[in-house]
Design a protein around this ligand. Structure first.
Ligand code: PEP
Length: 257
């Protein structure tokens, strides 16, 4: 069985002081839920404080992005060497990075390769815009993003990657995908595309999150889908009680609680 993985993407929210109080408010409750991998992804500047609070526990810390070079004259960027001092995970290719900061599929692939060079687990976001969905092109689009993400990766690396299927129209809108749609794209598109190149064993091992307006009220249904192995949670991860509720629902959905 694939271990479910829930990651809280805090985006550009929470000062260091707020980050500490959020983690302190949910840490014990999260640790009481067995069998679900839980990751906090705070803004870079709060990462050391959050890492300190969860040190030695099963809770993980992830960056929301990173550059692919180890060091250099890249003003404003953060390197894998810096990230790995504190984090085991890194979110790559979030639709906000792709849309507002011009990240291409090729950039995403370079970042994924850099993550593996440095022993980080990449959480790779894919997903279609409303226009693409309305044109009926979701499957082609998402499969293309998955193929581009996987370019040049070994089977072992592909197994270690976490995909997050995040339909852009569902992010921050309150309009989550239906559980059936989430299951379809996670299973029949993302997992099926991994299978094309790497075969059934690797495709069955790779974890695929759903992301987009996950809330306590829809988490059980979404997480009950067999090809949905967890979630990437934005807004609801900023509220301790909501994030804990989503993690508990995930454990229940997967028969772990
Ligand atoms: C996200 O930021 O990846 C996300 C899914 O946000 P939200 O849960 O707020 O839709």
């Amino acid at each position: 069985m694939r271990t479910p993985i829930l990651a809280g993407n805090w985006k550009m929210y929470k000062t260091v002081a707020e980050a500490k109080s959020l983690v302190s408010a949910c840490k014990d409750d999260l640790l009481a839920v067995a069998g679900v991998e839980v990751v906090f992804c705070p803004p870079f500047i709060a990462i050391p404080a959050v890492a300190d609070l969860v040190a030695g526990s099963a809770l993980g810390v992830g960056a929301q992005d990173m550059y692919w070079e180890n060091e250099g004259a890249f003003t404003g960027e953060v390197s894998p060497l810096m990230v790995k001092e504190f984090c085991r995970y890194v979110v790559i290719g979030h639709s906000e990075r792709r849309e507002y900061f011009g990240e291409s599929d090729a950039d995403v692939n370079k970042k994924i390769q850099a993550a593996f060079r440095h022993g980080l687990t990449p959480i790779v976001c894919v997903g279609e815009s409303l226009e693409i969905r309305q044109a009926g092109d979701t499957e082609t689009w998402v499969a293309g993003q998955v193929r581009a993400a996987l370019a040049g990766l070994s089977g072992e690396e592909a197994t270690g990657l976490v995909f997050a299927y995040e339909p852009i129209w569902a992010i921050g809108t309150g309009l989550a995908a239906t559980p059936q749609d989430a299951e379809h794209v996670c299973g029949a598109v993302v997992r099926a595309t991994v299978r094309e190149t790497y075969g059934a064993d690797i495709a069955d091992a790779v974890r695929i999150q759903y992301g987009g307006s996950i809330k306590p009220g829809n988490a059980l249904d979404l997480m009950s889908q067999p090809n949905v192995d967890g979630g990437l949670v934005g807004g609801a991860s900023l509220q301790a009680a909501d994030f804990v509720a989503i993690v508990r629902h995930t454990a229940r959905a997967k028969g772990l609680a």
